[in-house]
Ligand binder design. Structure first.
Ligand code: SF4
Length: 1007
């Protein structure tokens, strides 16, 4: 843990670390004692960064030098990273020859020991140890047989099962099995005093049943999970004293690093071995919360009277920084900006690390900000695999092959290499698909004969169809692993990256082979499983954020590291940025920074509410304030990096290389569009020249004028085709963005001969832009999401939550349109309408669906109770409006309009999803817009607006403010301007992106 007290400079230092390893001061007797310790138990305790791991490595070196065989020292660390570092140091320190060292993470050592003694443990010799993703797949395969009636699924069984698996893992680490859990739940049920307590106990019993089912499924497949490994080892060592003795004799010395990270199950194994031989040296981080206390208590109990050494001097003394950021994007941009400066001033990118709570959620925003500046960034973590562009390309192909209705997947496969369909042509395709109610593949077939598409576009669509049909023809016949490898080769996903001169190329190729390995593991589990099953598995684990947690995650040379805070312990970097961590997470970080450590926090929480800094942050800032530290404020840069020219130059340089490589390939095998690719490559090069000229221009001529001047010169050298490419490029607009010269940018875009997506913007018959309240909110949330949904109009299958919401709206509309004559019949009619709608809309009887039905029944009862007491009289249902703000049409419909006893009106919006926070309600746009619509379109001067959370039976009135109309007008004009200016910059944020249907195609969601 980062200790607040130690955030002040240490009073004494043992000197600079040569290449990251602490120089051991020979005068330091504590350290010498630790290194020279020969026998008996020893606890080495110290704060993070005091060199405990190094001491263990040196002790192994000393033991070897005094005659102990190095391979007879069992050395265990909690993580692969620390184990790797230990091994590296030991191998460097050992002189002379040795057999394979027994140094590894708990998982690796535990599995190795159990495999060597599998027969004595009563296990199959070739048992598999399955990771969480594979177990999730096994459970999803058996979803209809799992006891989940009392656990809320909410349309996301993979997410629920991933959480339950995490709990099972936690229980196994604590040595609590399903039988014990079930007994506890039964006792709780007997002791419960009310229905809530009884229901909680019933849910716990159901969970115990699920836990037992999980173990049974594993055992039937001859597999274990990681928790089982230590439970099995523990049993073996207790029940077979001969085995215990043999292991203890083999390893005369045991060393354990990061004892605070060990689980009770792992400590039980250590305890059994200690019974035979007490030569155990353990390193413990002090003040790492409950983990430290439990581990220390364990040592005292197992080794009473064991020796103790306390290390006090810290080797790392980074300069501290404190950031307060207005949102995630502001935070990510600030990190990217600081990283760019560090790299420019000579820090190696791989010596920089960005720590986030959850890479799957927060990594995307950082990756996007790094991408904007052309900084290579390598994100690791369980779901990092699914954020890599090549892996996402492969998944897009797999998904559209498994389901041609999967439009986002089709859109990605069409717009990425090797097809690279242009935006305008994609918009034409989605229009065909929507109008003809076809899937995207069928729309591609239709496009081949459509005069709307230029020959070049038809050629690209033809390439897609050729690849698609060839793969589809063999998909059902081949095993998943064979098919995936073949697809990767056939689509050319590996080849496309080979030339890219970036350090992440190796990572990306590794990602593709990891995907193929996952397919192999899937085939091993289900030898007759089809590729479709593998695709379902991939989608589920990517959704659940339970991916590749077992895969080795090597550092990426030349790239900045991004990782989960929990994964950094034991590693060291020159500069570390710690982003918005929860209080408890600080305990798991250790002391990873050598030169600079920035602690950053957000001023708003996930729901938009004002967020307080964590207690740790406050204390750290307070402590550092004595040395003059203050908080820096970082706000979002709306239009990309301020120092954009240099960053853009670097990014474009890579594009030029790729474009020329592609054009070169075309030249060697001329095709219909070879000239297009060659001209495009030359145009990119001319743009590179333009950037170089702008970046080096003397004086302070405004960017717009400088661009005009350079464009004039380029026009003299470019051919008409190259000029057309230059005209179609958005580079000028982007550059103007960076100077926030919004007006000039719009002029420039408007002056283009053919704005690429202008024809696809949603307009009314008079050619004016058409905007609804949800369009406004969509654009404000993320302009790129708006583009995918409204400009491209990529068709989407509604989720179970959306289908449920539509059904509920329909039921209430029908009910109020034809209210029962006998008011006593109200609830019965509501239920009848709901049941009829339920059947007609194709809902079934899975646990998930039945849970929705239960909630609906209760919600209808609450609705009816409220309705009987309501003073309002519904006068309009689904009432439409259309009025103008500036040049734009604003349209929409209000779910229900009530006339109140005082003659006023209440505009009601039904909600079946998340509630709005107080802050959101304060800034609410939707109901303010409805009130304005009521006045402008229906002539109702005075009205209130309410959100009706029908599942909770709760209606909340949104506050009315004097500047509401002005605010709505301003927002409509701003959004309209952004859309007409084709400003579709992504605004990634964990809360929004995790629910976005377009994650697969979104470049901001990849790393
Ligand atoms: S994933 Fe969706 S919400 Fe997130 S940045 Fe991309 S388009 Fe926007």
């Amino acid at each position: 843990m980062l200790e607040v007290a130690s955030l002040r400079r240490p009073s004494a230092s043992l000197g600079a670390m040569p290449e990251g390893h602490p120089a051991i001061d020979t005068a330091d007797t504590a350290r010498e004692r630790a290194i020279g310790h020969e026998a008996g138990p020893l606890l080495i305790a110290g704060a993070p960064g005091t060199g405990k791991t190094e001491l263990l490595a040196r002790r192994l070196g000393r033991l070897a030098a005094t005659g102990t065989r190095p391979e007879s020292v069992l050395t265990i660390a909690s993580r692969q990273a620390t184990a790797g570092r230990l091994r590296e140091r030991c191998e460097a320190l050992l002189e002379g020859s040795f057999e394979e060292l027994w140094i590894g993470s708990w998982d690796a050592i535990g599995e190795r020991l159990l495999r060597e003694h599998s027969e004595e443990a009563g296990l199959e010799p070739f048992f598999d140890v399955l990771g969480r993703a594979e177990r999730l797949a096994m459970l999803l395969d058996r979803l209809d047989r799992l006891p989940l009636r009392r656990h809320e699924i909410r349309g996301n069984p993979a997410g629920l099962l991933a959480r339950l698996l995490a709990r099972i893992d936690g229980l196994k680490a604590e040595r609590v099995g399903p039988t014990t859990l079930s007994e506890r739940a039964q006792a709780e049920a007997s002791a419960a005093v009310d229905e809530a307590g009884r229901e909680a106990a019933r849910r716990e019993l159901e969970f115990a049943e699920l836990y037992a089912t999980h173990d049974r499924v594993l055992s039937e497949s001859g597999s274990l999970d990681r928790g089982d490994v230590f439970l099995a080892l523990d049993c073996l060592l207790i029940e077979r004293p001969d085995v215990r003795r043999r292991i203890a004799e083999r390893f005369g010395q045991v060393m354990v690093d990061e004892l605070e990270e060990t689980t009770p199950a792992q400590r039980a194994v250590l305890e059994s071995l200690a019974g035979e031989d007490p030569n155990q040296v353990v390193a413990l981080e002090i003040d790492a919360g409950e983990g430290s206390a439990a581990a220390e208590a364990w040592f005292d109990a197992v080794h009473p009277g064991g020796e103790r050494i306390l290390l006090e001097d810290r080797f790392r003394d980074p300069k501290l920084g404190f950031w307060r950021c207005t949102n995630e994007r502001a935070q990510a941009q600030a990190v990217a900006r600081a990283v760019e400066h560090l790299v420019a001033s000579g820090t190696a990118a791989e010596e920089i690390c960005v720590l986030v709570d959850d890479p799957a959620k927060q990594g995307g925003a950082v990756a996007a900000a790094m991408e904007e500046r052309g900084i290579p960034f390598h994100l690791s973590g369980p779901t990092a695999l699914f954020q890599r562009p090549e892996v996402r390309d492969a998944i897009a192909w797999l998904r559209v092959l498994a389901d041609p209705d999967d439009s986002p997947a089709a859109a990605r496969a069409l717009t990425r290499p090797p097809v690279e369909l242009r935006s305008g042509d994609l918009a034409r395709l989605t229009t065909i698909a929507r109008r003809r109610k076809q899937d995207m593949v069928a729309a591609c077939e239709a496009a081949l004969d459509s005069p709307q598409f230029q020959p070049e576009a038809r050629e690209r669509i033809g390439t897609f169809l050729r690849l698609y049909n060839a793969a589809a023809a063999v998909m059902e016949e081949r095993r998943a692993d064979v098919f995936v490898r073949r697809l990767i080769e056939q689509v050319g996903l590996r080849r496309q990256r080979l030339f890219a001169a970036q350090p992440e190329v190796a990572q990306r190729l590794l990602g593709l082979s990891r995907l193929a390995e996952l397919a192999t593991a899937c085939t091993r589990r289900e030898p007759h499983g089809l590729t479709r099953a593998f695709v379902a598995y991939l989608s589920a684990v990517a959704e659940a954020g339970t991916g590749d947690e077992d895969a080795e995650q090597p550092r990426s040379p030349g790239a900045v590291n991004g990782m989960a805070a929990g994964a950094v312990k034991g590693l060291g970097f020159d500069h570390v940025f710690v982003l918005d961590l929860e209080e408890g997470e600080w305990e798991r970080i250790g002391w990873p920074a050598r030169s600079g450590l920035v602690l950053s926090r957000l001023t708003r929480g996930a729901g938009g509410e004002a967020a307080r800094p964590s207690r740790f942050y406050e204390r750290a800032l307070e402590a550092a304030a004595a040395d003059g530290a203050t908080e820096e404020l970082h706000e979002e840069e709306m239009f990309g990096p301020a120092e954009g020219l240099h960053a853009t130059y670097r990014a474009l340089r890579e594009q030029v290389l790729e474009a020329s490589w592609r054009a070169g390939r075309e030249l060697s095998e001329p095709r219909l569009d070879t000239a297009i690719d060659v001209n495009r490559a030359i145009a990119r090069y001319l743009e590179l020249l333009k950037l170089a000229a702008l970046a080096q221009r003397p004086g302070d001529e405004p960017t717009a004028e400088a661009i005009e001047a350079v464009n004039g010169l380029l026009r003299q050298v470019a051919t008409p085709e190259q000029q057309a490419e230059l005209d179609a490029s958005s580079l000028d607009a982007y550059l103007l963005d960076s100077e926030r010269e919004r007006g000039r940018r719009l002029d420039l875009v408007a002056a283009r001969e053919e704005p690429s997506l202008a024809a696809f913007l949603p307009r009314r018959g008079d050619g004016k832009l058409s905007l609804s309240a949800s369009d406004l909110s969509l654009y404000l949330t993320c302009p790129l999401k708006y583009k995918f949904a409204r400009v491209f109009g990529i068709p989407q299958e509604p989720t179970i939550n959306q289908r449920f919401g539509i059904l509920f709206h329909n039921v209430l509309e029908r009910f109020h349109k034809e209210p029962p004559e006998n008011p006593e019949e109200g609830l019965r009619v509501l239920n009848r309408l709901f049941e009829a709608g339920w059947r007609r809309t194709g809902f079934g009887s899975t646990d998930d669906e039945l849970q929705f039905r239960d909630r609906a029944r209760e919600a209808l009862r609450l609705y009816w109770e409220n309705e009987r007491e309501s003073e309002g009289e519904p006068v309009w249902l689904e009432k439409k409006f259309d009025f103008k703000v500036g040049d734009h049409h604003v349209r929409g419909r209000v779910d229900r309009v009530d006339r109140l006893p005082d003659g006023d009106y209440e505009l009601i919006d039904y909600k079946t999803g998340e509630r709005k926070s107080e802050e959101d309600l304060d800034d609410d746009l939707q109901l303010a817009l409805y009130r304005m619509a009521a006045r402008e379109a229906w002539g109702i001067e005075s009205s209130t607006g309410s959100y009706y959370y029908v599942l909770d039976g709760d209606k909340v009135v949104a506050p009315t403010k004097p500047d509401d109309a002005e605010r709505v007008e301003r927002t409509v004009l701003q959004v309209g301007e952004g859309i007409l200016g084709q400003d579709f910059e992504p605004r990634p944020s964990p809360t929004v992106c995790s629910w976005c249907d377009y994650r697969l195609i979104c470049p901001a969601a990849e790393a």
